[in-house]
Design a protein. Structure first.
Lengths: 173, 237
């Protein structure tokens, strides 16, 4: 007991110090460590979340790049197909128009030929008629006094008949 | 300077000593810091929060490294011991500590000194250091029973395996637990009391050294608490 007194050990002081420290420890735990730990955990969570977001953003960016390339490739292919289709269509249209024009020109030529042939036939007919008339008149003048009226008519008819035949043969050629 | 703290006055028979006053001052400082911290705590820490976070995180990680999942109940004790002892050790460097004297009945002390210090470092009082040691040991044993079970806890001290060797080992374990009261309390008390004596005699020439001793002793107490709590809360084979 002597040594305890010498060291200043006293039960009230000792108990006071125990209670005092327990109160301080409780205050520290409740009002300091708990919020600080929560804050540290929250900060850690946010940092991890940020890192995860950055990683996701990187992946999304890479995906977007790949998607962009894909879309550009697809668009390029579509454009090439469209150009090819347009070229083919233009070629077809050109060919069609060319054929139609050729057909029309051939038709026009055929019509013209037919028309020319008809006109030629008409002309031949007219020429034959004129020739027959002229020949008749000439023959009438020449044989007016040489033959009787009956002979004249026979010769004239024969001659006209020959002229007409000759005219038909020529036209047939 | 006597080993026993000086009694300033008594309240209903309770002796209010100069170390009790220093303890209350330490409490006030800690509570003020905690209130300030609570008001300013945010995701973007200020200077005070940074310091507190560093201390808490350091002890939490240290405890987690050695105790794993048991860190959740060990680290608050360890950190509290460190903060309280650091505050109690460093508060004595406030001007007026030790130098402002108290003269009971306005008479000189029997050894010729002018009374005793009005404020004396709280940890230079064996009542406080022994109280801390008792809390450490009791808390360690409480968590030991809680974590390992009463049977495993008891087998640490009483075992009939390899009779009588393990029984003797158990007895030594028991003695070592008793010795903890002495080693914890006298280490801290001796270092701080000796530092106070040195400060008083050398007029604060050794102050930087004493600041260092104050920090080291707080760290030693906290680390030993951590080690003992970890050992006792592990399953005993």
């Amino acid at each position: 007991m002597e040594i305890l007194n010498l060291l200043g050990l006293e039960t009230p002081l000792f108990i006071f110090q125990i209670i005092n420290f327990l109160i301080i420890a409780y205050i520290l735990k409740r009002f300091a460590y708990k919020p600080i730990k929560a804050m540290l955990d929250e900060r850690k969570r946010k940092i991890e979340q940020s890192l995860q977001d950055a990683q996701n953003a990187k992946i999304a960016l890479e995906n977007a790049g790949a998607e962009r390339k894909k879309i550009l490739g697809s668009a390029q292919a579509d454009a090439n197909a469209a150009i090819l289709a347009a070229k083919t269509s233009a070629e077809e249209t050109k060919e069609k128009l060319k054929n139609e024009a050729k057909k029309q020109s051939e038709q026009i030529i055929a019509d013209a030929k037919q028309k020319a042939a008809m006109e030629f036939e008409n002309l031949n007919k007219q020429v034959g008629q004129i020739s027959a008339d002229i020949s008749g008149k000439i023959m009438s003048k020449v044989f007016e006094n040489l033959f009787s009226e009956e002979d004249k008519q026979k010769i004239l008819a024969r001659a006209l008949d020959k002229i007409e035949k000759a005219g038909y043969e020529k036209r047939a050629d | 300077m006597s080993i026993a703290p000086g009694v300033l006055f008594t309240i209903a028979g309770f002796p209010v000593t100069n170390t009790i006053l220093a303890t209350l001052l330490t409490d006030a400082a800690i509570i003020t810091i905690v209130i300030l911290l609570g008001k300013t705590i945010s995701l973007r820490p200020g200077r005070l929060q940074n310091i507190f976070e560093s201390v808490v995180e350091y002890f939490y990680n240290s405890v987690k490294d050695i105790a794993g999942q048991r860190a959740s109940f060990i680290y608050p004790w360890v950190t509290s011991f460190f903060i309280f002892i650091v505050a109690a050790n460093l508060i004595e460097f406030i001007p007026g500590f030790e130098s402002v004297r108290f003269l009971p009945n306005n008479v000189l002390h029997e050894d010729g000194e002018h009374g005793f210090a009005f404020l004396r470092a709280a940890t230079s009082d064996l009542n406080l250091t022994l109280a801390l040691a008792v809390i450490t040991v009791i808390a360690s044993h409480y968590y030991s029973i809680k974590e390992t079970g009463f049977k495993s806890y008891l087998s640490r001290f009483i075992s009939l395996k390899m009779f009588p060797i393990m029984l003797f080992v158990g007895f030594l374990e028991f003695i070592s637990e008793l010795v903890k009261f002495v080693s914890f309390s006298f280490r801290l008390f001796g270092n701080i009391y000796a530092g106070d004596m040195l400060l008083e005699k050398t007029f604060y020439f050794v102050m930087p050294l004493e600041v260092f001793v104050g920090l080291i002793q707080a760290l030693v107490f906290a680390m030993l608490t951590m080690a003992f709590m970890n050992i006792l809360t592990e399953k005993h084979h």
